[in-house]
Design a protein around this ligand. Structure first.
Ligand SMILES: Cc1cc2nc3c(=O)[nH]c(=O)nc-3n(C[C@H](O)[C@H](O)[C@H](O)COP(=O)(O)O)c2cc1C
Ligand code: SF4
Ligand code: FES
Length: 573
């Protein structure tokens, strides 16, 4: 017997929103019209309906977009359509902060009050929005940190809208050394496949198809490309492990969840050079024997979702995605999955669970994604920036790529400069150049102020002081300074900032984003915040931090105290 939370029925508008995605209900069992002649004899179920569980999050988004919130009636109808127990669906819908389970106005302003934007008097901006009659929700970082003030507006209705309000629409980009990843940004029309092709686009896929899968992997391995999503795992090894797996099908997942406060690099790439990501995923699919890929884009990135969606359609129409790519016989297709507002879904196994329509809770590892990824199948999961390097590696050759940067950190890295720098923006910097050079590229600290602290690697990263300006921006260089480059955040705080407020916001972020699955993180993030709130000066408990680092299941709990610890008087950086 199934338990229903309530007997509530969906309204016509809610049904319509669901049916637009799933098609009309074909029987009384699914919540459609009852027909005893048919429904008395057969009931759809089993694999056919439970096999659609991965549509749970897309269908929640469909109702949220149309109605503005998800009622118990809508939830019950969705559960009947997808054959999901309501208690489980409730666990999923309440996991995501962009999905509402209480009535709210159709127009919502999600105002970022995270660490970069709160340097610009966020409370006044929120008050102004409220005075204009807007329903305001405070939001963690929206991935627009270079602007220092960002609001995501969602408008539910027949023609739902999602857009970001920010002070400028032109991304500020620059490079130190020869740019690879940013070379087309601002020069290519992101909506035009022709323009992309005129600027080297799809030459790498053509070459990869000629080279064959094994050689593509050999080139990526020779390039010594390390993952740019934070864990710095060798990409070639990951691809090879999946290619070798006899269990099929294989999948490619692009991690575009980018929710680390201070990070916006993947958004700039997706919005301004979307075909490059699609081409790279296609090459990855070819090399690893996958015919299907997912690009999981955080729900706060509507422009990126539109740009990638348009590019997928164009590539399909041109035969560069689909059943017979460039008439080679290789088949590959791509689907966008929109996140629901949960930082933890950037963790690769949480992301798989989210795609599968489950709560975005990390899985215990092993088994690793190369053996047991999305839908329990061998999966390559790579960050957007990691993938963006792939066409360059195929075109230049792995050995030539490996000659750039440093021996331990080949190639270039994207750095997101924000906070107190004169020219906040996205900079591509050859590995090994120094933090000082990065600061100079971004125009230094404005108004003649001095540096109080620099946050490297985001909320899960480390604070360093001005004494670290000669740190080489490479994995090994950062290690020397007991720091991490993480997702490429360089957030600068001048001497006017109340850093206790910043630390408190970081602690609140982790308390809010902990999925609650394991005790050291669930309780530890609460205690960490309480300690900061209690003291007039930032107080950390080394034993608490150690317990979180050692005993948490995933990287969130393991790193939730690192930025805060790095400001403690005993910190070495
Ligand atoms: C809490 C947490 C959040 C993460 N968020 C992201 C993210 O937003 N984007 C990303 O690419 N990797 C993120 N990662 C790292 C992924 O788990 C994974 O290592 C990465 O997607 C692999 O791609 P790469 O090898 O190309 O770096 C996160 C990890 C943790 C523990
Ligand atoms: S460490 Fe935190 S986020 Fe990770 S599984 Fe445990 S509770 Fe969830
Ligand atoms: S967009 Fe506000 S801190 Fe990132």
């Amino acid at each position: 017997m199934d338990l229903h939370i309530t007997g509530a029925e969906a309204t016509d508008a809610e049904r319509l929103a669901v049916d637009r995605l799933l098609g009309p209900a074909v029987s009384g069992w699914e919540g459609g019209a009852r027909d005893m002649a048919r429904d008395g004899r057969t009931a759809p179920g089993g694999r056919a309906t439970s096999g659609e569980r991965d549509l749970l999050l897309p269908v929640f988004h469909a109702v949220q977009d149309s109605i503005g919130w998800i009622s118990h009636g809508a939830l019950n109808y969705i559960c009947r359509r997808l054959s999901v127990p309501p208690a489980e669906a409730w666990g999923v819908v309440t996991f995501y902060h962009l999905l509402a389970t209480d009535p709210q106005p159709s127009l919502v302003a999600h105002v970022c009050d995270d660490i970069a934007c709160r340097l610009n008097d966020v409370d006044t901006r929120i008050q102004e929005s409220e005075m204009r009659g807007l329903f305001v929700k405070r939001s963690p970082c929206l991935g627009q940190c270079e602007y220092g003030a960002a609001t995501l507006v969602t408008k539910a209705g027949k023609e739902p809208q999602r857009f970001v309000i920010k002070p400028s629409v032109v991304p500020h980009v620059g490079a130190l050394g020869a740019a690879r990843l940013l070379k087309r940004i601002g020069r290519v029309d992101p909506s035009s496949l022709d323009d992309y092709r005129k600027q080297d686009g799809y030459t790498a896929l053509t070459r990869a198809l000629e080279m064959g899968a094994a050689r593509v992997i050999a080139e990526v391995t020779a390039a010594q490309l390390m993952g740019r999503g934070g864990a710095a795992f060798p990409t070639g090894r990951k691809w090879e492990a999946v290619a070798r797996e006899p269990n099929t099908p294989h999948y490619v997942v692009c991690n575009a969840d980018e929710s680390e406060p201070g990070t916006f690099k993947d958004r700039v790439l997706m919005e301004n050079d979307p075909f490059a990501i699609i081409e790279a995923m296609t090459i990855c699919g070819f090399a690893t024997g996958a015919a299907r890929g997912f690009i999981y884009i955080r729900g706060e990135y509507p422009e990126a979702e539109r740009a990638i969606g348009h590019a997928i359609a164009q590539a399909l129409a041109a035969g560069l995605l689909g059943p017979n790519i460039a008439r080679s016989g290789f088949a590959f297709d791509l689907e966008i999955r929109r996140g629901g507002g949960a930082y933890i879904c950037g963790e690769e196994t949480a992301l798989f669970n989210s795609i599968e329509g489950k709560r975005g809770e990390p899985r215990a590892k092993p088994p690793f994604p190369a053996q047991f990824g999305v839908f329990g199948k061998p999966t390559v999961v790579n960050n957007v920036e990691t993938l963006a390097n792939v066409p360059h590696i195929v075109n230049e050759g792995g050995a030539a790529f490996a000659k750039t940067g440093t021996p331990g950190s080949t190639g270039t890295r994207l750095f997101c400069l924000s906070g107190h720098v004169a020219k906040p923006g996205l900079y591509e910097i050859e590995s090994g150049r120094t933090l000082r050079e990065a600061m100079e590229l971004a125009g230094g600290v404005p108004r003649g102020r001095s540096i109080q602290a620099i946050l490297l690697g985001g909320a899960a990263g480390t604070f360093v002081g001005p004494s670290a300006l000669d740190m080489p921006l490479s994995f090994e260089g950062a290690r020397e300074y007991h720091a991490t480059l993480g997702s490429g955040v360089i957030m600068v705080f001048d001497d006017t900032v109340d850093l206790r407020d910043t630390l408190m916001r970081i602690a609140k972020f982790f308390k809010h984003e902990s999925c609650g699955q394991c005790v050291p993180c669930r309780i530890g993030t609460v205690r960490q915040l309480e300690l900061l709130q209690a003291g007039a000066r930032p107080v950390v408990d080394p034993e608490l931090s150690q317990a979180m680092r050692d005993a948490s299941i995933c990287g969130l709990g393991q790193t939730a105290s690192s930025a805060i610890d790095s400001r403690s008087p005993t910190s070495r950086a």
